[in-house]
Design a protein around this ligand. Sequence first.
Ligand code: DQA
Length: 142
Amino acid sequence: MRVLVVNGPNLNLLGQREPDVYGAGTLADAEQRCVAVAGELDCELTWVQSNREGDLVDAVQGAAGSADALIVNAAGYTHTSVALRDALAAVALPFVEVHVSNVFARDAFRHHSYLSDLASGVIVGCGIQGYELALRRLADLG
Ligand code: DQA
């Protein structure tokens, strides 16, 4: 299975950014852990991070024909982006939405996601381990 992992704005700062909220793990740590799990599950991973909404839309569009499933942490765009939602609806590939922090224990504006109702599953508040859990779930779904 080919899995595209799409990371949104400010996730490049994981490990330095609000460590009390997001923990000490970096995005590179999350990727490394997923690469290990991907080997175990015989998955092929492509890892993308951008601070720009259009780049994320392009990455999702590019998944058509090059990936079988996605893991999406759209970060702040989760709560704002109709464009990203439309891209995910257009490619119509299964995806798991991940949030490192427990968005439901945070600001009210983080309780709504433009993506969740399209997702196969949503993992929140499990730290960077959420990415591995998402990968295992997608592999189980086949
Ligand atoms: C986040 C949660 C979002 O609300 C926030 O804007 C982020 C990261 C998370 O992984 O916990 O940047 O998606």
